[in-house]
Design a protein around this ligand. Structure first.
Ligand SMILES: [Zn+2]
Length: 289
């Protein structure tokens, strides 16, 4: 009988402790906690311009890209051919390297070092929040002959989360911030994740922007080995290509392989006779408003 009582106490004891563990787990995963930390990180972005790495509002490239592409960039390009570009003229061996999501104090300077090593100009689509936090990197980009474009302030998913007013605020806030640093209002815009739809493109047209997509995706945000990133580019390169890469990453993301892949991509294309130019040079369009 004593033995039975002991077993009963043991079983209830174990069950009770499971219950306690469950309760703790449930509380640890409660949504409000996640929301609070998200709000906190937003508050840091707004109140502390010294914060070096404002994160991407719409999530990482990885999580963003997993969603369905709202309107195919090629369809939008055909609809708005005067302001929407995916590539340049194909009759000359010229290509444009483009880098998104910086300035990122962890990686942008290394990207700039490689570009300098090969004396190659590029186009950087920067986030307003990160430009405000790292103006000296944006200055360096400009001083070394690169072109700066607008990639929104906080990298929202413009289709899922935003309306036209949000787009206007994101773009204007970035345009103003960049104007303070580089001394002109850029005419170049690239949407986060390449996500747009008709009304957003029309709004950007009204705001006097060119929308710049890409024709060659390095898929570098997948953080594959440098050889894979390089062949993603070299396998489908063509005259007039706009090449998509990233000098910025989400917190925890890494662009080391992007930087290493550039050491392969640039000399390989130069050997094939390609010339590197900025996006406005490739498209023969003005870069300033
Ligand atoms: Zn981006």
């Amino acid at each position: 009988m004593k033995d039975l009582l002991f077993k009963w106490l043991l079983v209830t004891g174990v069950l009770f402790s499971f219950h306690i563990t469950d309760l703790l787990t449930v509380h640890a995963n409660e949504e409000p906690l996640i929301n609070v930390s998200r709000q906190l990180s937003k508050a840091v972005i707004q109140e502390d311009p010294e914060e070096d790495l404002p994160d991407l509002d719409g999530g990482s490239e990885n999580s963003g890209r997993e969603r369905q592409q709202p309107v195919d960039l090629r369809i939008l390009q055909q609809r708005y051919p005067d302001i929407f570009f995916l590539q340049g003229p194909t009759d000359e061996k010229r290509v444009a390297l483009t880098f998104d999501d910086g300035p990122d104090p962890r990686f942008s300077n290394d990207v700039l070092d490689v570009l300098k090593q090969y004396n190659v100009p590029a186009t950087f689509f920067v986030l307003g929040s990160r430009a405000v936090a790292n103006p000296e990197i944006v200055k360096r980009m400009q001083n070394e002959g690169h072109v700066i474009g607008n990639h929104t302030y906080a990298h929202p998913n413009l289709v899922e989360e935003s309306d036209l007013d949000t787009l206007e605020q994101e773009v204007t806030k970035t345009e103003d911030a960049l104007n303070e640093i580089i001394g002109y209002r850029t005419k170049l815009f690239r949407p986060p994740y390449g996500f747009l739809y008709n009304e957003l493109v029309e709004k950007l047209r009204d705001m006097n922007y060119f929308v710049i997509g890409w024709s060659v995706d390095s898929l570098d945000w997948q953080e594959d080995p440098p050889e894979v990133i390089a062949s993603n580019v070299l396998d489908i390169i063509h005259p007039g290509a706009i090449i998509l890469m990233h000098d910025g990453a989400e917190s925890g993301g890494d662009r080391t392989n992007t930087i290493k892949s550039l050491q392969q991509i640039i000399p390989a294309l130069q050997e094939q006779g390609y010339e590197f130019v900025t996006v406005p040079e490739l498209l023969n369009i003005p870069l300033k408003k």
